[in-house]
Design a protein around this ligand. Structure first.
Ligand code: NAD
Ligand code: SER
Length: 315
């Protein structure tokens, strides 16, 4: 797995190790794990995905048969550093695809709701539709989807992937995305502080709790290939809400919780270019996608885990 120390990787590594055995999952990143990093006990390698030699060496040394390519620059950071985002998101993906082709590896690559743009139908966004993203992140995600399809059609590489919405989790905080508010708000609620949202009160976006995101990654890779009409970039979602709605869900459990608003124009413009709600019926039909968590169950579980985590941090 590339980018294994990030928000998704820190939970996907332990899930895959649970299924396949600790030594059969090699985590890699350009950062080093801390002693407290989840899943730190298994194999770890330093791999920069923009360096083909490093990728090739680790894939061959461990005889890797499946690559989960999570290394990427997320939407808000990509707007600050568009050239770096292009180099990591496109250059890194190209290298990973080549290494997958030459070593006959299957490959999971996550895309995003960021692959859609302002001219995409915003409600019940279809699986196959207009994709003219206006952000560097979205441009790399759309081009990445096409490149993964190309490697399947042209070279037979078993590429698969999903378009994740904003992901909510309590283990590793998100790093520079537009949907990060939907995680930060839970941390501040547990700290009994007001939360200042950088997105406007009525900004509606698709979201998903991390256990469902992990399930999606595993299920799409284990899906019967004969049933797949699409392969890459399946729309998947679990819920959609606005900052006001998630704040209300928290206030039903923590009555003195307060949300304020101070709009960040860059992240607001990104969010405004993304859909309100995507249609994930292709994933449901082709590989049985069926999320478990909605806003209410996510709120209960996030607050429970963060209460324990932040209490331990204070001790
Ligand atoms: P993250 O930013 O939390 O983690 C990415 C990891 O990649 C980091 O640990 C970082 O150190 C590493 N990295 C950065 N540059 C690298 C390089 N050159 N080589 C190797 N590693 C490098 O991201 P995440 O949230 O875990 O997202 C993983 C994937 O899922 C990305 O493709 C992202 O676009 C996609 N995705 C995430 C979300 C979300 O809400 N988290 C939503 C949609 C799609
Ligand atoms: N959560 C991601 C971001 O905001 C969506 O791809 O960048």
């Amino acid at each position: 797995m590339t980018g294994a120390l990030g928000q998704i990787g820190s939970e996907l590594v332990p899930a895959l190790r649970e299924r396949n055995g600790t030594d059969d999952v090699v985590a890699s990143d350009i950062r080093r794990p801390h002693a407290s990093t989840p899943g730190v006990q298994g194999p770890f390698e330093f791999v920069d995905c923009t360096n083909t030699r490093q990728l090739q060496e680790v894939v061959r040394r461990y005889n890797i048969d499946t690559i989960y390519h999570l290394a990427a620059i997320l939407s808000a950071v990509a707007e600050e550093k568009p050239l770096v985002a292009w180099q990591v998101n496109m250059g890194g993906l190209y290298n990973v695809l080549e290494v997958a082709r030459t070593n006959r590896c299957a490959l999971f690559v996550p895309s995003s709701i960021g692959a859609f743009g302002p001219t995409t139908p915003a409600d019940h966004t279809p699986q196959d539709t207009v994709q003219h993203p206006t952000t560097m992140y979205g441009i790399t995600k759309t081009a990445g989807e096409l490149l993964c399809n190309y490697y399947y059609v042209r070279f037979g590489v078993d590429t698969r992937g999903v378009r994740y919405p904003g992901l909510i989790s309590h283990i590793t905080p998100p790093a520079g995305g537009t949907t990060d508010y939907a995680v930060e708000i839970f941390y501040e609620a547990i700290r009994h502080r007001p939360y200042t949202s950088f997105l406007a009160a009525d900004t509606r976006l698709d979201m998903m709790y991390m256990p469902d995101a992990i399930k999606a990654a595993i299920d799409v890779m284990e899906a019967d290939a004969a049933r797949l009409i699409h392969r890459n970039a399946f729309n998947v979602t679990a819920m959609n809400f606005t900052p006001t709605e998630v704040a209300e869900a928290i206030r039903r459990r923590i009555p003195d919780f307060v949300i304020r608003y101070q709009i960040d124009p860059v992240r607001q413009a990104i969010a405004d270019s993304w859909p309100n709600s995507i249609d994930d019926s292709a994933a449901r039909e082709e590989w049985g996608w069926d999320p478990s968590y909605d806003l209410e169950t996510t709120t209960d579980d996030m607050l429970k885990h963060l209460e324990e985590k932040l209490a331990n941090d204070e001790e």
